[in-house]
Ligand binder design. Structure first.
Ligand SMILES: [Zn+2]
Length: 331
């Protein structure tokens, strides 16, 4: 058994691979890295550098033509516009391979006996088999799910997508596949405007706040308790924050921290390993996003160190009197 350690994968190219003038908040990775280093006095995060993802792993999910055209810089202007990381740079190819590599490396840590590992990027849930969209080129969640399912001990993977945008690419990729259960809690009126069908979708109206959101999440986790999963992929986007420029919900930093705790408590209770995928976050100011992700990764690190006392200072939020809006799962 390896010693417990929280590996968080990061490379400078997560920020530097994109054009600084892009509408996407390019600096968020750099800023988050800086902030985590500042607050992690106990050195509970072990920083790790990702290798490039292997093309064979990407082909577990993606269409060969699409992959080749992307790698060769041959995507059309229309395809690039749909992805949206413009102005386009050649370095997007290496960035994409490296951040997909970060997710795969975190997965590998799980197979080496770690309980939690994370990648400080990705969660690229809008990517379909043969096209990208919404800042996503390859679907790292789907690639890691296929990779995990090659292991003899893995029969069922749970993808819990708590980004404010629906995990439409992931839902579509696994719509006929019972080995992967896709759950998405998202804003009803956010991108993508034509939603796909996950195994379980819970949509929220604009301005949904902490209590209603956390109540729904608790119910979802309660239902999932009776299903047998071998592994959890947590897409932990923080774009449900009230100050996010692209989300329409009204969650607080404290509410999101509580959300992370609920997921991690549940995961510990189920004795299930977890890979943390970062997901979206576009707050104005971007420091709000950085703070919310700092809470996420510090929480994960503390879990590994079994030092959860520091996070008990979040006030308990009453979950009793809020109506549940989710639909039943379609397993
Ligand atoms: Zn998002």
């Amino acid at each position: 058994m390896t010693d417990p350690i929280f590996n968080l994968y990061y490379d400078e190219i997560y920020s530097s691979g994109l054009d600084p003038s892009a509408r996407f908040p390019v600096s968020r990775y750099q800023k988050l890295h800086h902030k985590l280093k500042q607050v992690d006095h106990g050195n509970s995060i072990h920083w790790a550098s990702p290798d490039l993802a292997k093309v064979d792993d990407i082909l577990l999910v993606h269409d060969e033509q699409y992959v080749e055209r992307f790698l060769d810089g041959q995507l059309t202007e229309k395809e690039r516009r749909r992805i949206g990381l413009r102005p386009w740079r050649d370095s997007i190819v290496e960035r994409t391979l490296r951040l997909t590599g970060g997710a795969l490396a975190a997965l590998h840590d799980i197979f080496q006996g770690q309980s939690i590992a994370g990648n400080m990027a990705g969660g690229t849930h809008h990517a379909f088999r043969d096209q990208g969209a919404g800042y996503c080129i390859f679907n790292d969640l789907a690639i890691c799910a296929e990779k995990a399912l090659q292991e003899k001990d893995v029969n069922r993977v749970l993808i819990l997508d708590l980004d404010v945008h629906q995990g439409d690419g992931t839902a579509e990729i696994f719509k006929q596949d019972d080995r992967v259960f896709t759950v998405s809690l998202h804003g009803l009126n956010n991108f993508p405007f034509r939603k796909k069908v996950s195994n379980w979708d819970v949509g929220f109206e604009n301005e949904t706040g902490d209590e209603e959101y956390l109540e729904s999440l608790s119910k979802v986790l309660d239902h999932l308790r009776s299903m047998n999963f071998d592994l959890l992929f947590y897409q932990a986007g923080v774009d449900g924050l009230a100050t996010d420029a692209l989300g329409l919900l009204a969650l607080s930093r404290r509410g999101l921290a509580k959300r992370n705790q609920l997921v991690m408590d549940w995961c510990e209770e189920m004795n299930m390993p977890m890979v943390v995928f970062m997901g979206g976050g576009y707050a104005k100011p971007i420091e709000d996003t950085v703070d919310a992700f700092t809470d996420l990764f510090m929480e994960a690190a503390k879990r590994v160190k079994k030092d959860v006392t520091a996070t008990d200072s979040f006030p308990k939020i009453s979950l009793d009197e809020v109506k549940y809006k989710g639909t039943e799962p379609t397993w």
